[in-house]
Design a protein around this ligand. Structure first.
Ligand code: COS
Length: 386
């Protein structure tokens, strides 16, 4: 399929592909086995300006959009979803500053993020606030010129590795979601520490830790937007980032598909390569249809975001849900096509199937995405009736 990408978009995609194939593929099994953060790959991505893609030019970035970011995420996900998650979570953590930060905050942080000198994480989830993002308990109280933060964030991608954290905390308990606020907390802030590194089923190259705030003090200038805007900041951030999760699904699924085809061409049973059997061809055909459909939707939504559309919740939730459900299906079928070999760690599809599961869970479970889509449909049809 030709998606009519510009010369520049093709260049960005090809550069990301080169990094993925040359630097990520050779080490992905080891990173997975050792549960190891891909520090060298992050450096290579920074040197190739991959962190600058979506940062506006006036803040030292390349001024590109959601589609270009998706192209990079897709290529990295093709090679290793753990590495792609590390990269994509950096964008997730940056969106609150990019979308809602003050001019001072943008000038201070975005050029460093664009260069890859500082990496970022986003902290919303807590032990009792997962799908129910409005249920967070971490608190922030203005005392003099500082906010004092108390509480614990859980399962934070890039936790402990990132330098900058955009987090959501409650400034007014009585107001529910409208009492939440967003803040920038730098690593090294007084009272800010990390929990142990989590031992995960998949995306093991990405680091996941708790963020622990114990009378953590940050300057009051680190408030993003205004007090009470935190829930909106989180929702708009997730709306933006979920298109990238869709791109993760597309890249991962393509990676698994290519492995399955390669294997099916070589594997001989009953005197013929198994790709000559219709049972295998039909599985591969379904996988190919699903991947192309997921890619088409993901790129369309990315272009819709880049058009400046304001309401993107439904569309980004659709792309995220579709592409990540497809990724789970395609990686599972890739293992099936490869049979016993697919189940062994010698082949990458075993890891790909483990990695795929998180896509249906993080940045909002696919059940929550369907709620978001359902609510949007109700609103749209209510308007039509009027
Ligand atoms: N954009 C703008 N505003 C939004 C919004 C969005 N995407 N989503 C919700 N809002 C607004 C609502 O319009 C509502 O505003 P009013 O108070 O003016 O009516 C307010 O925010 C509260 O919304 P709602 O009542 O829908 O909140 P809920 O507590 O029911 O939660 C969901 C809404 C489920 C969508 C939210 O909690 C969510 O996204 N959960 C998943 C969180 C997640 O993705 N976690 C992953 C971890 S982060 S990697």
């Amino acid at each position: 399929m030709d998606y009519f990408l510009t010369e520049e978009q093709l260049m960005i995609r090809d550069l990301a592909r080169q990094i993925a194939l040359e630097k990520v593929v050779p080490v992905r099994a080891e990173l997975d086995e050792k549960n190891e953060y891909p520090a060298d790959i992050i450096k290579a991505l920074a040197q190739s300006d991959m962190f600058a893609i979506f940062i506006p030019e006036e803040y030292g970035g390349l001024g590109k959009g959601c589609l270009e970011l998706c192209l990079v995420v897709e290529e990295l996900s093709y090679a290793c979803l753990g590495v792609a998650t590390t990269y994509a979570a950096n964008a997730l953590g940056t969106f609150p500053i990019l979308l809602f930060g003050t001019e001072e905050q943008k000038k201070k942080y975005l050029p460093l993020i664009a260069k890859g000198e500082k990496t970022v994480a986003f902290g919303l989830t807590e032990a009792n606030a997962g799908s129910d993002a409005g249920g967070i308990q971490t608190s922030a109280k203005l005392v003099g010129n500082e906010y004092v933060i108390n509480g614990t964030k859980q399962w934070i991608t890039n936790g402990g590795e990132a330098d900058i954290y955009t987090i959501i905390a409650v400034t007014d308990k009585s107001k529910g979601p409208r009492g939440a606020s967003a803040f920038i907390v730098e690593k090294g802030a007084e009272g800010f520490t990390f929990g142990k590194k989590e031992n995960k089923m998949g995306i093991r190259a990405s680091a996941t830790r708790e963020l622990i705030f114990s009378d953590c003090r940050i300057p009051k200038e680190n408030l993003i937007a205004r007090e009470g805007a935190g829930f909106l900041v989180a929702m708009k951030t997730l709306d933006q980032a979920r298109v990238g999760v869709a791109a993760q699904g597309v890249g991962l699924a393509q990676g698994a598909f290519d492995e399955a085809v390669k294997f099916a061409r070589k594997r001989v049973q009953f005197g013929h390569p198994i790709i000559s059997f219709q049972a295998i061809q039909h599985m591969l055909a379904d996988m190919a249809i699903q991947i192309e459909a997921a890619r088409s939707l993901t790129y369309s939504v990315a272009r819709y975001v880049d058009s400046g559309a304001k309401e993107i919740s439904k569309e980004s939730a659709m792309a995220k849900t579709f592409a990540t459900d497809i990724a789970m299906k395609v990686t599972t079928d890739a293992v099936q096509v490869m049979g016993g070999a697919g189940y062994m760690k010698e082949y990458p599809v075993e890891k790909m199937m483990r990695d795929a599961k998180i896509l249906q869970i993080y940045e909002g479970t696919n059940q929550i995405q369907r709620n978001v889509i359902g609510q949007a449909i109700i609103k749209e049809y209510a308007k039509l009736k009027e």
